[in-house]
Design a protein around this ligand. Structure first.
Ligand SMILES: Nc1ncnc2c1ncn2[C@@H]1O[C@H](COP(=O)(O)OP(=O)(O)OP(=O)(O)O)[C@@H](O)[C@H]1O
Ligand SMILES: [Mg+2]
Length: 265
């Protein structure tokens, strides 16, 4: 997507659905069966920044993996950008994930033997048609945007947790995905670094219209989002929408968490 096209997608009203789950269930295992997601329906509009919260084991990561097409559903329908991952061949699904989606994981998932710059460039390296000079330029621009331009030559063990998480975000956004999925992206960070990460997501969302789903246990992290979906026992329990005041929203989120559990880790 060009810069102009990205700017044009910015909207504060939920646009057409970028993700829709209809009556989705996921059962793990054959002999011991665990119903992780139970008849869950959820719609995320284009340009939304949404948090998913809920007690441990409520199915949050499973939902994210179903959206990503990493896991197949047991029943129900998932659509991402109008596509049902189940209709794609394995190869098509891999290309879809690589070009249209970005992932950020709690444990960063960076490659230790590569530098920060090489880690950020990885998605471009997989995309055959990129010149090395362009990849270096793009990765430097993304790193600078994320405030880690000075550690590009460092290896993963030579940067802080917050810098590693920013590198993981850089890798997730370098190819201009339409949908960013993050599972506990602030779980391993102190509160200052966690706020920085959410500021980055918020900025990408507002300035570039990147639709974003953030799974988190942390009410402060969730308070950066405009909507919080609470999941309990594999189904949507309730939702909150933010007005203007982030601190008031934080209090509202804490109140729901008290009700359903899932506060803290
Ligand atoms: N690969 C798997 N095989 C079997 N059961 C699984 C598997 N992955 C998850 N589960 C089970 O499915 C349920 C939902 O798990 P999931 O990881 O989605 O929860 P979560 O909400 O992300 O929890 P947490 O907050 O602890 O990360 C849990 O009961 C979990 O034990
Ligand atoms: Mg999880």
């Amino acid at each position: 997507m060009t810069e102009t096209a990205m700017r044009n997608t910015v909207t504060h009203e939920p646009g057409p659905a970028v993700v829709s789950l209809e009556g989705v269930s996921k059962i793990y295992g054959d002999t011991v069966r665990v119903k992780a997601v139970n008849q869950l329906s959820l719609r995320i509009g284009a340009g939304e920044l949404v948090a998913i919260m809920g007690p441990s084991g409520s199915g949050k990561s499973t939902v994210l993996n179903l959206v990503a097409g990493i896991l197949p559903v047991t029943s129900g329908t998932v659509r991402v950008g109008g596509q049902n991952p189940a209709d794609l061949s394995e190869e098509e699904a891999a290309v879809f994930r690589r070009t249209r989606l970005g992932f950020v994981f709690q444990d960063f998932n960076l490659v230790d033997t590569l530098t920060i710059q090489e880690n950020i460039m990885l998605p471009l390296m997989l995309a055959a048609n990129e010149s090395p000079a362009r990849m270096r330029r793009r990765s430097r621009a993304v790193a600078e945007q994320l405030g880690i331009g000075d550690v590009l030559a460092h290896r993963v063990h030579e940067v802080s947790g917050g810098q590693a998480q920013r590198a993981a975000i850089g890798r997730a956004i370098i190819h201009g995905p339409q949908l960013l999925l993050a599972d506990e992206p602030t779980g391993n960070l102190d509160s200052a670094a966690a706020q920085d990460v959410m500021r980055i997501f918020s900025d990408l969302n507002e300035r570039r219209g990147v639709s974003t789903i953030v799974v988190t246990h942390d009410a402060r992290t969730a308070s950066w989002c405009k909507r919080v979906v609470f999941i309990k026992d594999g189904a949507v329990h309730s939702e909150l929408y933010r007005e203007d005041d982030r601190l008031a929203f934080y209090d509202e989120i804490l109140n729901v968490l008290k009700l359903i559990g899932g506060e803290g880790r």
